[in-house]
Design a protein around this ligand. Structure first.
Ligand SMILES: NC(=O)c1ccc[n+]([C@@H]2O[C@H](COP(=O)([O-])OP(=O)(O)OC[C@H]3O[C@@H](n4cnc5c(N)ncnc54)[C@H](OP(=O)(O)O)[C@@H]3O)[C@@H](O)[C@H]2O)c1
Length: 334
């Protein structure tokens, strides 16, 4: 039986996710409905992707009985209300990153998923790329010895996008790009909570973070450093340094398809998209979709690769970085 997807939001990433699903066998993944705030938006999306049902409200999608899981592809400030709508309607959910604006919102989403006994995962697609699976395998086997340092950065000039330059739309670099660096570091350090976080950065007058630099210290003197920026292009690489060797992601750290392990380079090519896509390498979202399918088939309520506690840890680290850099959203005062 195919996993029947409902798509919530007819924007850029929902388009790419739907294209990524088409790289998987149709007998395993089907998009059966799409919902947008306006019916015309949903209808246009449905036509482009040959989806049979289009809804002009998210509530109608929540009431559709023939959906196994909803992909939430709306902008961050609406993740909280939208996730709660679907979890309360007993729908399984894959929600785009960041899962919500702060720790409190993330906790409420996770509590609701638990209470309603549904699957829920933050769509940290990076973790499911074959290159990421290989990094975890190498670390688990001790190939690097003791890891001492992780360094990574994600910077791209993206301030022309309203959702990233306007605070009320969830703008700022920590929640959009920094999260990829944080998730990479957390993956390497196996979901451990850092002992300390020291952040500094450059904010616009209204308290919107353009660029942040963060130093993290973990137990046993293990360190990590990250840079995240919405105003400059960085190499977007990562290096994991251990006592016996190094792993490097030479570029595209948020969607890695090349790994350099002690100088030996391996490529993990992606399938071509059937339609033009908005985000680079986004057919790689196929791997997180397949993780969701496998979890649902097993009756799991969360993924062990991107678990609820992983989402809580990301939210806590994001809150702390924002506190130190001086970024406060309206959601923080609720
Ligand atoms: N995994 C990745 O690589 C990746 C890449 C890009 C973005 N993302 C994440 O995906 C999410 C959406 O990003 P996007 O680039 O797809 O954004 P987008 O195209 O600008 O907007 C996505 C949807 O959000 C809703 N929306 C937009 N502006 C709104 C507003 N002012 N008020 C209420 N709803 C609004 C709309 O839903 P309707 O269609 O219903 O109107 C829109 O279609 C973000 O949380 C982002 O972090 C992930």
């Amino acid at each position: 039986m195919a996993t029947r997807w409902g798509i919530c939001g007819a924007g850029r990433i929902s388009h790419d996710f739907t294209v990524a699903l088409k790289t998987l066998p149709p007998g395993e993944h089907q998009v059966v409905a799409v919902a947008a705030r306006k019916l015309e938006g949903a209808q246009e999306f449905a036509k482009k992707h040959s989806i049979s049902r289009a809804y002009g409200s998210y509530e109608e999608l929540a009431k559709d009985p023939d959906i196994d899981v909803v992909y939430v592809g709306v902008i961050h400030p609406y993740h909280h209300s939208t996730c709660l709508l679907f979890t309360n309607a007993k729908k399984n959910v894959l929600c785009e990153k960041p899962l919500a604006m702060n720790r409190r919102e993330v906790q409420e989403i996770l509590d609701s998923a638990k209470k309603n006994d549904v699957f829920l995962m933050e769509a940290v697609w990076t973790r499911f790329f074959p290159a990421s699976v290989e990094i975890r395998r190498l670390l688990a086997q001790g190939e690097l010895g003791d890891v001492k340092m992780v360094r990574t950065e994600f910077g791209m000039p993206l301030m022309h996008l309203p959702r990233l330059s306007q605070k009320e739309l969830g703008g700022g670099t920590t929640l959009d790009l920094g999260i990829y660096c944080l998730q990479f570091i957390s993956m390497v350090y196996n979901g451990e909570k850092p002992e300390s976080i020291q952040a500094t950065g450059v904010c616009r007058a209204e308290g919107l973070d353009e660029t942040v630099i963060v130093a993290l210290k973990y137990s046993n003197n293990r360190l990590a450093v990250l840079t995240s920026s919405l105003v400059m292009k960085l190499p977007n690489s990562a290096i994991i340094v251990g006592t016996k060797g190094t792993i490097q992601v030479p570029d595209h750290v948020w969607c890695p398809t090349v790994l350099d392990v002690n100088g030996k380079v391996t490529e993990y090519p992606l399938p071509e998209p059937c339609l033009p896509i908005n985000c680079i390498k986004s057919t790689g979202m196929r791997y997180e979709a397949e993780e969701v399918r496998q979890c649902l088939l097993k009756g799991l309520k969360e993924s062990s690769v991107m678990s609820h506690s992983d989402s809580m840890l990301l939210a806590e680290m994001e809150d702390e970085i924002r506190r130190q850099v001086g970024v406060v959203y309206s959601q923080d005062s609720k």
